[in-house]
Design a protein around this ligand. Structure first.
Ligand code: SF4
Length: 364
C-alpha cells in the first residue's frame, strides 16, 4: 500500500497486473469473431490471416463489431485475398462499403490492397513497415504486426486506454495519457503471445471493463487494479472539461419534384462529411445565411459536430427544375439508400417527414 497525495491509500497488489492472468481469462472467454483464430490454435503456432486482421481493423474504426460483421463476411466472400480486392473496381468497393461511412477509408483500403498486391500479395511484417501503407496508422499497424506476425508491440485503442488508466489510476487527461498507457502496455506484452495479449486487452475493455459500471468481479486483473480498489473506476480515463463549441449558421434547401423525388448533391471528397449526400446548402459560417427565394421556411435544425455547433434554417421548394448544376433526383423509393449524414436526416425529417422517417443516417 502506498499513500497518495490526496490522502487515499492505494491498495495495489505488489505484483501488478500479470499478462498470464489476462491470457488465462482470454483462453476461456475470447470472443469468437470471423477474422480471428481460437486461442488454442494460436498457441499451436497457427497465425491469423493478415488480410482478415487488416480488413477487420479498418472496418472497426469508429464503429461496432455488430455493424462490421455483415460487411466483413461480404468482402471476404467476394474478395478472398488482398490481391482479389486489389483487382476490384473502385465502384464495386465503394458500393460494398456503403453504410460503413467514412468513404475515404474505403478509398484508402483499396489503395492499400493495390500496393500489397504489387508486392506479391504479402503484407509487411512489422508495425514500422506497415505504417507506410495507405490508411494504416499507429494503432492499425501495431494491431496487424502483433496479431498476424507476433511482433511484441503495444496495441492501444480506446478500450485498452480505459483498462490501463484504471489499472494504474493514470490521471493525465486524454489524449495526453496515451503515451503513459503505451509504455505500461509495452512493459506487459509477453514475447510468446503478443497477438493474444492484444486481443485479450481489447476484449476485456469491450466486455468487462466497460465505460459505465465495469464488471470488476469478473475481471482477471481486479486484484491488482488501483481504480477497482479505490472504487473510482468510472473516473478513468480522465477527460478534459468540454469547451463551448463555436456556433455556425446556414440554410438548407429541400427541393421536391412533383413525383416526390428530392434533389441531392454529393459533398466534396475531402473535408467535413466527405463524399456524403446533402441537399443544397449555403456556406456554414458565423454569419446569418441569406434566405432561399421561392421557398418556404420551415424552421431550423440544430446539430453538433466535433468542432462546432450548427444551426441550419430549413427551406422547402416544390419544383421540377434542378436548383443546382451538379446533382441528381432521388425518388422516394431510392432516397433512403443515399449516404445521408445525421445532420441531413434532421433536415429531411423537418421538411418531408413522410419520406424521411425511415431514413437512417450513415456514419460520418
Ligand atoms: S478491475 Fe474493474 S476497473 Fe480494473 S481493469 Fe478490471 S474491470 Fe476494469
Amino acid at each position: 500500500m502506498k499513500p497518495r497525495s490526496d490522502g487515499l491509500t492505494e491498495h495495489v497488489s505488489r505484483k501488478g497486473p500479470q499478462a498470464s492472468d489476462l491470457l488465462a481469462w482470454y483462453d476461456q472467454h475470447a470472443r469468437t469473431l470471423p477474422w480471428r483464430i481460437a486461442p488454442a490454435d494460436s498457441q499451436r503456432g497457427i497465425r491469423q490471416d493478415p488480410y482478415k486482421v487488416w480488413l477487420s481493423e479498418i472496418m472497426l474504426q469508429q464503429t461496432t463489431v455488430a455493424a462490421v460483421l455483415p460487411y466483413f463476411q461480404n468482402f471476404t466472400a467476394r474478395w478472398p485475398t488482398v490481391s482479389d480486392l486489389a483487382l476490384a473496381s473502385d465502384d464495386d468497393v465503394r458500393a460494398a462499403w456503403a453504410g460503413l461511412g467514412y468513404y475515404r477509408r474505403a478509398a484508402n483500403l483499396h489503395a492499400c490492397a493495390k500496393v500489397i498486391a504489387d508486392q506479391g500479395g504479402r503484407f509487411p511484417q512489422t508495425a514500422a513497415a506497415l505504417k507506410d501503407l495507405p490508411g494504416i496508422g499507429d494503432y492499425t499497424s501495431a494491431a496487424i504486426a502483433s496479431i498476424a506476425f507476433c511482433e511484441p508491440v503495444a496495441v492501444v485503442d480506446g478500450n485498452v486506454e480505459r483498462v490501463v488508466t484504471r489499472l494504474f489510476r493514470l490521471d493525465t487527461v486524454l489524449p495526453k495519457v496515451k503515451r503513459e498507457v503505451t509504455d505500461k502496455v509495452r512493459a506487459m506484452v509477453p514475447d510468446d503471445r503478443p497477438g493474444d495479449f492484444a486481443q485479450a486487452t481489447m476484449d476485456l475493455g469491450a466486455t468487462i471493463c466497460t465505460p459505465k459500471t465495469p464488471a470488476c468481479a469478473l475481471c482477471p486483473w481486479n486484484e491488482s487494479c488501483a481504480a477497482h480498489h479505490a472504487g473510482d473506476m468510472e473516473a478513468y480515463p480522465v477527460k478534459a472539461p468540454k469547451k463551448a463549441k463555436p456556433r455556425r449558421q446556414g440554410a438548407a434547401l429541400v427541393v421536391v419534384r412533383s413525383d416526390g423525388a428530392v434533389w441531392c448533391e454529393q459533398r466534396p471528397p475531402t473535408g467535413l462529411l466527405p463524399g456524403m449526400t446533402q441537399v443544397p446548402t449555403s456556406e456554414w459560417s458565423a454569419d446569418a445565411p441569406k434566405p432561399y427565394k421561392d421557398a418556404e421556411q420551415l424552421g431550423s435544425v440544430e446539430h453538433v459536430f466535433t468542432h462546432f455547433a450548427l444551426s441550419l434554417q430549413v427551406y422547402r421548394r416544390d419544383s421540377d427544375k434542378p436548383p443546382t448544376s451538379q446533382g441528381w433526383w432521388s425518388t422516394p423509393e431510392r432516397v433512403r439508400e443515399e449516404a445521408w449524414p445525421t445532420v441531413m436526416v434532421k433536415v429531411l425529417k423537418a421538411v418531408i417527414p413522410e419520406i424521411a422517417s425511415s431514413i437512417r443516417p450513415k456514419k460520418r
